[in-house]
Design a protein around this ligand. Structure first.
Ligand code: SF4
Length: 221
């Protein structure tokens, strides 16, 4: 378990309350509520998905539908529950009709995610699907190419191991993808035990922002 200073927990709560009123992009208009994230604010393992869907928007909690149940099952397979990890999304508000996030929406929302990661201080950030993977890796490579390949990166002042995984919603309907997801998932305990190189001192103006590809490269594949 990370040693997260108490003030970081207060800051995370305060930040969640501030984001609850965010109107930085058009998604503020159609949402029931902001879905900030849930789980253990001390978590060593954090998941970042795509965006809230219908049920998440209603309940205010990420990954509560079928994809959430699959995620819980996968977690149980490595001896964890959702109370042990922190789960968030790239976008905090539901896109209408569950359409893909738009590049300008990702750009508007990304600082919320970076701040969340900085306050939670996870060791491993598992990105679920293309949008989170491309944003946090700063590379345009799709999930089919990079799933299961960990990469050390710096977010804020902290080194984290980025670990791209297929999105559980995609794996639900594709048995071959589910097998790959299960096998990638099984490596998480080993990755959580890794000792990371300390982060290099960041340029002051880049402190919270990992490298990112041009907005148009954040597409599905
Ligand atoms: S999606 Fe993000 S940037 Fe857009 S309104 Fe919601 S919290 Fe704000």
């Amino acid at each position: 378990m990370s040693a997260v200073p108490v003030e970081h927990l207060d800051e995370l709560q305060a930040y969640a309350e501030a984001v609850a009123g965010c109107a930085r992009c058009r998604l503020a208009q159609g949402r029931t509520q902001v879905v900030f994230g849930s789980g253990n604010p001390h978590a060593d393992l954090m998941f970042v998905g795509e965006a809230p869907g219908f049920h998440e928007d209603r309940q205010g909690v990420p990954f509560v539908g079928q994809a959430g149940r699959l995620l819980e099952k996968l977690l149980a397979g490595i001896g964890l529950s959702r109370q042990d990890v922190y789960i968030a999304n790239t976008l905090k508000c539901r896109p209408p009709g569950n359409r893909d996030p738009a590049p300008d929406e990702i750009e508007a929302c990304e600082s919320h995610l970076f701040r969340q990661i900085e306050l939670i201080e996870p060791t491993v950030v598992a990105t679920l699907g293309n949008f989170a993977t491309k944003l946090l890796s700063g590379r345009p490579l799709g999930i089919t190419r990079v799933h299961g390949q960990e990469q050390q990166t710096t977010i804020g002042s902290r080194s984290v191991l980025l670990y791209p995984l297929y999105h559980p919603a995609a794996a639900l309907y594709t048995p071959a993808m589910l097998k790959v997801l299960e096998s990638d998932f099984a490596r998480l305990p080993e990755l959580l035990g890794r000792t990371l190189e300390p982060a290099a001192a960041p340029e002051p103006e880049l402190a919270l922002v990992p490298p990112r590809p041009p907005a148009e490269q954040l597409g599905l594949f």
